[in-house]
Ligand binder design. Structure first.
Ligand SMILES: Cc1cc2nc3c(=O)[nH]c(=O)nc-3n(C[C@H](O)[C@H](O)[C@H](O)COP(=O)(O)OP(=O)(O)OC[C@H]3O[C@@H](n4cnc5c(N)ncnc54)[C@H](O)[C@@H]3O)c2cc1C
Ligand code: FES
Ligand code: FES
Length: 1364
């Protein structure tokens, strides 16, 4: 045993405090340590995969020789605790907090309304802060006072990789840009620092920022300790190997370790340990020993030689980028690497770790591909021997084991040869769902070569070619030697390029089972074409675009016509500068209601002090649980066993259906239409169904142990499961929709059809599911209490019903269960009914074990088990006149509801309600809610409405295509008149004056210059062969319904006020509106209101035994109904306080709030009032209106989608808080874009969700939101039945995102027109089915996988005929 390398303890600073840890499990992650062993809970767990940024912290390192501190971000969920020895870690609490004051980053995030649920906010703050201090260290000129050296162009990248599911990113960009030295403050969006019409906002109005960040990132005590330490590695040569963390300081020590008995399956060699976040290569079991090779000096050197760069294997990707960036030739490698993973992963991930992953596994590495293309070699140590071989040879060797150490990578210089007059060419490419990174590529490549002119043929010829391709479903990156050989020395013409491409198609063959394999090959071809076509004679570059007019469509220079990616750069850098117009019209009538105040307690969210369920300190003796779930649909569970492994040794217990106490029920969820079991017993009815809970001492142990499960199934006598709606129809497997919920048809469809000039017979459109992707996964903490009672902290949108499910499961009265919910880290409907199961399971485990039990589902389990939006298969038949007037629509809808009814019987109503936004003449439908053996589908933001809106617009666009007219003319032709609106929405149309859709639509068309832009797009599409644009404008009608809600307002002896409401704060700003409402309502005692009341209001967490009938927070109206209840309670207090005030005012005119309350107490006035607000029958339902325009651009070679611009106008009535409402509207629009375009909910043949990680499931990130995004909310005056005339805002704008889908269809249509007959469908190029979602892979497919070859073939035919 090599004792010399054992590390015994780890010493570091966390937010300036010294920590010394000895004896910790070496597999402990930094995040886990911070959250469970320190008071700091700000750093959050969102994924545990390096894919979301919730856990980002700043790590600082000190170099005692140079006295320099370097700071970088890191994902603390992947960083091992022992690897931060002698580092300083700063979390958001270290930037600022309630006691010491908040930091400028936190204050600006708050003031720009950049935090909604707040779960992503601490990570955002850390990414922004670290970018600022690193920018400030740069050599650039001193910025004006109050600013950082950060540039506007860097602001978005500052937090690229950090995901936010709520805000839509715009306000976060604004907060970040406010620090940039070159920002025009007037460009920034709504904030609390200056008024909208402030002409010259000044930096002094912003919370002040001092250059360098103003935070000590590395405490002196640690510097001294490092300096005085004789050995920075903290090695105790005599220590026994208790902890299993080894830190060899030389290659010799490494091999001593390897040769010692230490080497076994439970030993892991690491540098950054980021590979533990990668699905497929993730740790499947615990390791008891780690060898950290990052400290071996030979591995971290960077040597610049005449002949090239030698980069030590443990060099981080970030440092490699910094080094390569400084060299003109290598900067393309650096550019490509800057799209690998995220900044906070690149900062700790090593270049060597990446190459080893690529060597050992079929990992879709970018780095291996581009270095292969660059002709890199590697230096290896294999025990005693040192070898220098090419990267290509290394990749082809059998997978290495720990006896091979990768020492360094050498990238040779590839100079142009002036003697032979050759020009060096080098390009790299990657096709990935996100442009700036945080998404592995579908295919990547790098091309190196020399070009020279062949005087005779006047063509270019290539030599010294390296054409490398990777990630397309290959074991590892390869060079396509046949293609290289074919091209070498050949004149570059259309036919030689075609020949090369044909050879390429034969060479790169994805392995069986590779997803999107045709796409990958086609994109690879697109890249080779991009590289070769500008060099080839006879491949014309399209001429300049002819457009003029819209300033946004001036992308007409030569570069724009170059093949991708140069064109892509043109778009993102210059064309559509990221700007946002965020318009609101404030409403002064009910101050402070109507003011765009910052969110209640928002600073606590930024500083990480806001308490979510998992932040509640674990009580003594707390145990942790994780579900085990079925991977099969419809099978008897014969046995549940566990692999023998280190992780399974951690299992304390397994809780299952047999542990449900007598008198209790196997129930995990319920709603009006039926129950759902907690565990599949004895049959697992669907893949993803809970079968039990593994209990362990920590959450990570429970998670790892759950992975060890081996389940034996038996399907005998059960028949096949029903997995699709088609199978459900075959077997008549439906959920009943109660007649009062089934939507009402309108008119006579056969008559309408007979009046039509044209008919489109049954046409299909399919919409897939969508996963919630709240940043906080489902979580609960159950604590047994006296007398057979249970307290459950649950992240739930419906604590009242959670209480009843828990009580029924345990067989105890409802009064024995107290469910407490303070705030929820994002819900979007997923924590309405789906949260019960987690709360109930935790309660059952706590009940059985008589100990507190916490469950915090890991992201993968959450994705597999929780379900999502309803997939819908729609068929429409429509009849219309030649003038575009639609006379009849018939819909056939199959809704996949999954296994339990949940709220699914409501979905037909919401789909149809949304589809009724147009006057179809007559409307009929046949809707089936299918029961299938899948996870139960539940409500998700604008449930049903989202699908209905898309279906309606698919019909409109289809009609427009048939009539060859602009879709907007068809929309306008079929807008409702007020009369038809009443016919379609008899219970909710409201008064004629409130029907604002026409004016909204007109306003949007004019403010967004729709007509001019549509014209420019036509011209753009004529002028650009390989890029096409589309634009679409979509209206939305959303029917909202208010429910009854309770509220209690109490005034304490010091005049402070506490409010309890049934509604839950999910990020939607409910508490903020309640706070404003309370201040307004109690302030009514004085003619002009009263100052200071707002600050006295505190909103309490929901507690089902304190305030009963709390109800469900969903449907966008809970803020309103909770406000109504608050208003009612306040009015009761006013009635009691008014006589007291009158009496006091007889003595003195100026009676303060404190005096009034003091007197009221003396007079024994009851200062607590409860109300239960029940909306009137006639006023509870109403319509919301809005419209959205989207403009998109697609790249025909890769299918890449760029959202150029989005414009929204939304009628908010009299907004209770325009900042909150605007945030809801923007956020829901971006979430909708995710549904319509990006998020692929993929299941396997058993119905198990397999896109169950941040790697496969891509929610919108900051780099994909519209480059230009204008959102406007209208204050449309008095709505007599609404709470202070307000309207809902949380969900309706999701439906407007279907405009992106429609715009995409327009762009694809233009592409198909360009390459008519080349898409292989044989049908009309303009009529095609485009399902939801429509990611880049589908876009490319619809444009044609073979368009490059067809195009080249046509050119070579022309070439041949010219020669003849
Ligand atoms: C969220 C995320 C996104 C990513 N996206 C991309 C992407 O888009 N493109 C891409 O190419 N990559 C991507 N990666 C992969 C990333 O680049 C690698 O995880 C990283 O480079 C591995 O380095 P590491 O130091 O963390 O290695 P570790 O995780 O510490 O080690 C990885 C493996 O290499 C072995 N090893 C490490 N160094 C050596 C050495 N010198 N000699 C012998 N064996 C060694 C280890 O034993 C282990 O088996 C992503 C990773 C994450 C977490
Ligand atoms: S929790 Fe670490 S990146 Fe998501
Ligand atoms: S505020 Fe960003 S995830 Fe909720």
């Amino acid at each position: 045993m090599a004792k010399a390398a054992v590390v015994e303890r780890v010493v570091f600073a966390l937010n300036g405090r010294r920590y010394e840890v000895a004896g910790a499990d070496p597999s402990t992650r930094l995040l886990e340590f911070i959250r469970t062993q320190t008071p700091f809970k700000g750093t959050k767990l969102g994924c545990g995969e390096g894919g979301c940024g919730a856990c980002v912290v700043l790590i600082a390192k000190y170099n005692p020789k140079t006295d320099e501190v370097t700071e970088f971000t890191a994902s603390s969920c992947l960083t091992l605790l022992y690897s931060i020895h002698f580092c300083s870690v700063i979390t958001t609490e270290g930037l600022g907090n309630t006691r010491d004051g908040f930091h400028a980053v936190q204050k600006r995030m708050s003031g720009f309304h950049a935090s909604q649920c707040g779960f992503c906010t601490p990570g955002m703050c850390m990414s922004i802060f670290t970018s600022l201090i690193n920018a400030d260290k740069s050599k650039g000129p001193e910025p004006p006072k109050g600013f950082s050296k950060l540039k506007v162009s860097e602001a978005e990248k500052a937090f690229s990789g950090n995901l936010c599911r709520c805000t839509g990113y715009r306000p976060i960009i604004d907060a970040c840009k406010s620090f940039a030295s070159d920002v025009d403050l007037e460009d920034l969006g709504l904030n609390i620092f200056w008024k909208k019409d402030d002409k010259n906002p000044d930096v002094s109005e912003l919370p002040s920022y001092t250059l360098g960040g103003g935070v000590c990132t590395f405490p002196d005590f640690l510097k001294s300790e490092i300096k005085s330490s004789h050995d920075h590695l903290n090695v105790d040569s005599t220590a026994a190997c208790k902890e299993g963390w080894y830190h060899p300081r030389s290659i010799k020590e490494y091999y001593e370790l390897i040769n010692s008995c230490v080497l076994s399956d439970s030993v892991k060699v690491i540098i950054g340990n980021t590979s533990s976040g990668i699905p497929g290569y993730k740790d499947e079991d615990l390791y008891s020993k780690y060898i950290d090779i990052g400290g071996i000096p030979e591995l971290s050197n960077i040597v610049k030689r005449e002949s090239g760069f030698e980069i030590g294997a443990s060099t981080t990707i970030s440092r490699t980028i910094e080094t390569l960036k400084q060299d003109m030739v290598f900067s393309k490698l650096a550019d490509h690497m800057s799209k690998v993973a995220t900044p906070f992963v690149r900062n700790t991930a090593s270049i060597g770790g990446n190459i080893i992953l690529a060597q050992k596994y079929p990992f879709p590495s970018d780095i291996a591909t581009i270095l292969l293309g660059a002709g890199a070699t590697v230096c290896l140590q294999v025990v005693e021997e040192r070898r220098q071989i090419t990267l290509e040879e290394f990749l082809e060797q059998p997978p290495v084991d720990p006896t091979t150490l990768l020492l360094s990578i050498f990238i040779p210089h590839w100079n142009s040869d002036s003697q032979t007059e050759t020009t060096l060419l080098f390009e790299t490419y990657r096709a990935a769902p996100r442009p700036l990174g945080n998404a592995v590529s579908y295919v990547n490549c790098a091309f190196l070569g020399h070009a020279s002119v062949d005087q005779q043929s006047d063509t270019l010829v290539l030599s010294n070619l390296h054409l490398a391709f990777g990630a397309y479903g290959t074991e590892h990156a390869i060079r396509v030697k046949k293609v290289e050989k074919f091209l070498t020395g050949k004149s570059l013409t259309a036919s030689s390029v075609l020949g090369a491409i044909q050879l390429l198609r034969e060479t790169i063959v994805p392995m069986e089972g590779t997803s999107h394999s045709e796409y990958r090959v086609s994109a690879a071809i697109g890249f080779l074409f991009s590289f070769l076509s500008p060099l080839a004679k006879g491949i014309p570059q399209p001429g300049k675009a002819l457009t003029s007019g819209s300033a946004d469509s001036t992308d007409t220079d030569y570069a724009s016509n170059m093949p991708w990616p140069s064109r892509r750069e043109t778009i993102s850098n210059s064309d559509y500068k990221p700007v946002a117009r965020r318009e609101t019209i404030p409403n002064d009538d009910y101050k402070p209601v109507g003011e765009p105040l910052k969110k209640y307690a928002v600073e606590l969210q930024t500083s990480g002090e806001a308490v979510y369920v998992d932040d509640i300190p674990a009580p003594k003796n707390c145990l942790f649980g994780e579900f085990i779930y079925s991977t099969q649909a419809l099978a008897y569970v014969k046995s549940i066993k566990f692999k023998s492994s280190l992780a399974s040794e951690k299992i304390i217990d397994v809780v299952s259906a047999k542990d449900i106490p007598s008198g209790g029920e196997n129930i995990g969820s319920t709603f009006t239409y039926g129950d759902e079991p907690l565990f599949g017993d004895p049959i697992a009815e669907y893949a993803g169904q809970a079968l039990g809970v593994v209990i362990a001492e920590t959450q990570r142990y429970a998670d790892m142990a759950a992975k060890q499960v081996i389940i034996e199934y038996d399907t005998e006598d059960l028949g096949p499961p029903i997995l699709t709606v088609e199978e459900a129809v075959e077997k008549s497997s439906y959920f009943e929709v109660p007649p009062d919920l089934y939507p009402k048809e309108v008119g006579d469809v056969s008559k309408g059809m007979s009046e039509a000039d044209h008919r489109i017979p049954s046409t299909e459109v399919k919409l897939a599911s969508e996963y919630y992707f709240y940043m906080e996964t489902q979580t609960a903490l159950a604590i047994p209490d006296e007398d057979n009672t249970m307290v459950v902290y649950s992240s739930s949108q419906y604590p009242e019903l959670a209480q009843s499910v828990i009580a029924r499961c345990l067989g105890i009265p409802f009064s024995n269960v107290r469910v407490i919910t303070r705030r929820v880290g994002g819900g979007f409907g997923g924590k309405a009914f789906r949260s019960f199961q987690v709360a109930t399971a935790a309660a059952l485990c706590a009940y059985k074990l008589r100990r507190p039990v916490r469950m915090f589902l890991n992201r993968n389990t959450d994705m597999v088990m929780i379900g999502g939006r309803h997939p819908v298969k729609a068929n429409y038949s429509v009849g219309f006149k030649s003038n575009g007037e639609i006379t009849a629509l018939h819909l056939e809808l199959l809704i996949n509801a999954g296994i339990s009814p949940d709220a699914s019987p409501l979905i037909p109503g919401t789909i149809i309600s949304s589809a009724k936004k147009y006057n179809w003449g007559a409307l009929s439908f046949d809707i089936k809610v299918c029961k299938t053996n899948n996870t139960s589908k539940s409500v998700m933001r604008a449930p049903g409405d989202t699908q209905g809106s898309l279906i309606a617009d698919a019909v409109i666009e289809h009609v427009a295509t048939v009539l060859s007219v602009d879709a907007n003319s068809i929309r306008e032709k079929n807008f409702h008149t007020y009369d038809s609106l009443q016919l379609y929405y008899p219970d909710s149309a409201g008064e004629a004056s409130t029907y604002t859709l026409h004016s909204i639509f007109d306003r949007l068309i004019s403010t967004s210059s729709y007509v001019d832009r549509a014209e420019s797009i036509k011209q753009f599409n004529i002028s650009n062969k390989w890029r096409k644009r589309g634009i679409s404008c979509v209206p939305g009608i959303f029917r909202a319904e208010q429910r009854a809600a309770p509220g209690r307002v109490s005034v304490l002896n010091d005049g402070s006020i506490v409010v309890e409401v049934g509604g839950i704060e999910l990020g939607q700003g409910l508490w903020t509106k309640i706070q404003q409402m309370t201040a307004f309502a109690l302030g009514k005692l004085w003619p002009d209101g009263i100052e200071g009341l707002l600050e006295r209001v505190r909103i309490l967490q929901a507690d089902t035994l304190n305030l009963i009938q709390g109800g469900l927070t969903a449907g966008s109206t809970t803020s309103e109904s909770s406000c109504a209840a608050t208003l009612q309670a306040c009015n009761m207090l006013i009635d009691r306080l008014k006589p007291v005030l009158d009496k006091l005012q007889q003595q003195s005119k100026n009676v303060s709030w404190d005096t009034l309350i003091a007197q009221a107490i003396k007079e024994n006035v009851n200062l607590s009032a409860s109300a239960y607000s029940v909306p009137g029958q006639d006023s509870s339902k109403y319509l919301n209106y809005g419209a959205g325009i989207s403009e998109v651009e697609i790249d025909l070679l890769t299918g890449a989608i760029t959202l150029l611009r989005g414009d929204l106008v939304y009628d908010c009535g009299k907004s209770l808080n325009p900042a909150v409402d605007l945030g809801q509207i923007e956020g829901s629009f971006i979430q909708g874009i995710g549904f319509f375009i990006y998020e692929e909910y993929i299941t396997n043949s058993d119905g198990l969700m397999i896109s169950n990680s941040t790697w496969d499931y891509k929610i919108p990130s900051v780099d994909i939101i519209p480059k230009k995004f204008n959102a406007e909310i209208l204050n449309t005056g008095y709505h007599k039945n609404r709470v202070l005339s307000s309207k809902a805002s949380g969900e309706p704008a999701v439906v407007l995102a279907s405009s992106v889908h429609c715009a995409l269809r327009e762009a694809i249509r233009a592409a198909r027109k360009e390459f008519a007959n080349s898409n292989g469908s044989g049908s009309s190029p303009l009529g095609f089915q485009m399902d939801v979602p429509a990611p880049m892979t589908l876009v490319k497919e619809l444009c044609g996988f073979d368009i490059v070859e067809k195009y080249l073939r046509s050119l070579s035919t022309y070439e041949r005929s010219a020669e003849e």
